[in-house]
Design a protein. Structure first.
Length: 545
């Protein structure tokens, strides 16, 4: 594992680490912000509390805060703690969160489009580069966006509960869940079994019950959902928004398409938006060429049912060239397109075309993160052997830390500084700190320690890594992963020749040890899905645009 791609959060931390992190007087190592971000997104539940008994510099705290994790660090050095607090105050105050605004506008993205909240209103058309864009994603209700949201809101009027069906990576589940939540009614979402996508997790966050069925034909899941709605007396929001209301809602939006638009290009999942557009063009008597970019299952059967007769003469269907699950690059002319729909239309656009933006899935907009409460990191000055007294009744969801590697780097001459102790005393204090810290870790949660080795005065390795494993095991945790973090080669090649005379190898890696308190499967289930993972095995197919 070596420092990979990173987000704004770890970029800012890198700038910080390069600049301000630790007053030069300490001259200590800087923790890798990218590794930090990986640890939080792989091993910590969303919004989970991070506990760090050897806080050191501010990197772990600031990255945690940026990603919506409350962070509690303990650090012996009061000067370091003051410095960390100063930096966090500077950065947390100055930086926009790595999150969008609550209405779902993507993070850090300046999209001047005004929200349209009235379902009767026409959504705007604007120009991006040499292309016109129908911004049906400007319509927003209950924190979700687009034509599907509008149709769902109309269908949900007066409902006592909502039931829907969709593939695991479809935006429909989240749309229905959020509209149900805004109406104060329950919601059940039927999907194929498998890893929950960001959309499904957001639907759960909104209070929806996700009912998973052994991955089978959509028709099975659709039937289950319909039966469920009938049994409960709730309103069924059809799979792929397949209903006349969807056609009606989209059809009306065609009237403000500018005359200068050469062709209309639209993503086609279920085909319901395309059907509405074709009716709208028919209503307007406009013979505008239409290009439908298909992103999933064959929409022709549904178009035969919902589109105007002779629709095949009105539209050319072209394949997006990738399966539904594989996302395309969302960034386009300063806006974010849905990676499974509109983004796949970009290669087909020509000058003066009009791109019809049906909507954008909420998890692509950073809206959830915008709602995430940004909690400034907290540092306590003190000896982590007293961590329980220092941090009070913290219930941690992840322990992440980087201890002193024995006396490899001596941080101070403070008597409680374990880097300043000889190894037996170091180990005794180290084990106590690990045990005390893990006693504050919730059940079914992970602990991640970044550790290296150090040599004794005779040049022999202490075995800090196996000692760390033993310490965690004796604290009641189980050893779960061992990864290697490649560190900068730096001056090692220069020193290696001399060291090798005694057959000592130069170390250019650290070990990332992962432990579990309780059950690893439950600990993993508590963590957010990792971006791109769900897509890898989500071959449920498109369920609608
Ligand atoms: C590996 S360092 C941190 C290095 C690196 N800057 C980082 O941010 O990860 C470990 C830190 O542990 C602190 N430390 C040493 N003994 C401690 C103790 N008994 N309780 C709490 N912190 C301690 C040191 O002051 C040092 O800042």
């Amino acid at each position: 594992m070596s420092g990979g791609s990173h987000t704004a959060a770890s970029q800012r931390a890198m700038d910080l680490a390069g600049g301000l992190d630790e007053p030069k007087s300490y001259g200590t190592s800087i923790f890798d912000p990218v590794l930090c971000e990986l640890a939080y997104s792989w091993f910590c539940p969303a919004g989970g509390v991070v506990l760090d008994p050897f806080a050191g510099g501010s990197v772990r705290g600031i990255v945690a805060s940026r990603l919506g994790h409350p962070y509690v660090g303990v650090e012996l050095s009061g000067q370091q703690v003051d410095e960390n607090r100063r930096q966090a105050a500077e950065i947390c105050a100055s930086e926009p969160t790595t999150a969008g605004d609550a209405a779902g506008a993507p993070a850090g993205h300046v999209d001047a489009i005004a929200d349209v909240t009235n379902a009767e209103a026409l959504t705007p058309v604007e120009r991006r580069g040499d292309v016109l864009v129908k911004r049906d994603d400007a319509f927003t209700v209950a924190g979700v966006r687009g034509g599907k949201a509008r149709t769902c809101r109309v269908l949900a009027e007066g409902a006592t509960g909502l039931v829907t069906a969709g593939s695991r990576s479809s935006p429909q589940a989240n749309i229905v869940a959020r509209i149900a939540a805004s109406l104060g009614v329950p919601c059940r979402v039927h999907t194929p079994s498998g890893v929950l996508s960001p959309e499904l997790l957001e639907a759960q966050d909104a209070g929806a019950e996700v009912v998973q069925h052994r991955a089978g034909h959509n028709s099975v899941i659709v039937a289950r959902a319909r039966e469920d709605a009938e049994r409960l007396g709730w309103t069924s929001i059809p799979f792929g928004m397949e209903c006349e209301e969807a056609v009606t809602q989209t059809r009306r939006q065609v009237v403000n398409l500018p005359a200068e638009a050469k062709r209309l290009v639209v993503p086609v999942g279920s085909g319901m938006s395309l059907a509405g557009i074709l009716w709208g063009l028919r209503d307007e008597g406009r013979a505008m060429p239409v290009v439908g970019v298909t992103v999933g299952a064959d929409p022709r059967k549904r178009l035969d049912r919902y589109a105007p007769s002779g629709w095949r003469d009105m539209v050319t269907l072209v394949d997006s060239g990738s399966d539904y699950a594989t996302p395309a690059a969302p960034a386009w002319h300063g806006m974010t397109l849905d990676p499974h729909y509109e983004a796949k239309c970009v290669p087909h656009l020509e000058a003066d075309d009009l791109l019809w933006v049906v909507g954008i899935r909420r998890s692509e907009t950073g809206a959830a993160a915008a709602e995430r409460v940004i909690v400034p990191p907290v540092w306590h000055e003190g000896d982590s052997r007293d961590i329980r007294a220092l941090v009070g009744d913290v219930q941690a969801d992840l322990v992440l830390s980087c201890p002193p590697y024995a006396h490899l780097e001596v941080y101070s001459d403070h008597p409680a500084d374990i880097s300043n102790m000889d190894y037996p005393d170091f180990l005794a204090a180290y084990r106590t700190i690990i045990a005390e810290t893990c006693s504050l870790l919730r059940e079914d949660r992970f602990a991640v320690f970044v550790v290296g080795e150090a040599r004794d005065r005779g040049g022999y390795l202490y075995g800090l890594i196996p000692d760390t494993v033993d310490a965690f095991r004796d604290a009641g945790l189980r050893y779960y992963n061992d990864a290697v973090l490649l560190t900068a080669i730096g001056s090692t090649p220069v020193r290696a020749a001399g060291m090798f005379r005694n057959r000592k190898l130069g170390r250019v890696h650290q070990n990332v040890l992962v432990f579990v308190k309780g059950d690893a499967r439950r600990a993993a289930a508590a963590c957010d899905p990792v971006r791109g993972l769900a897509e890898l095995d989500a071959y449920g197919g498109a369920d609608g645009a």
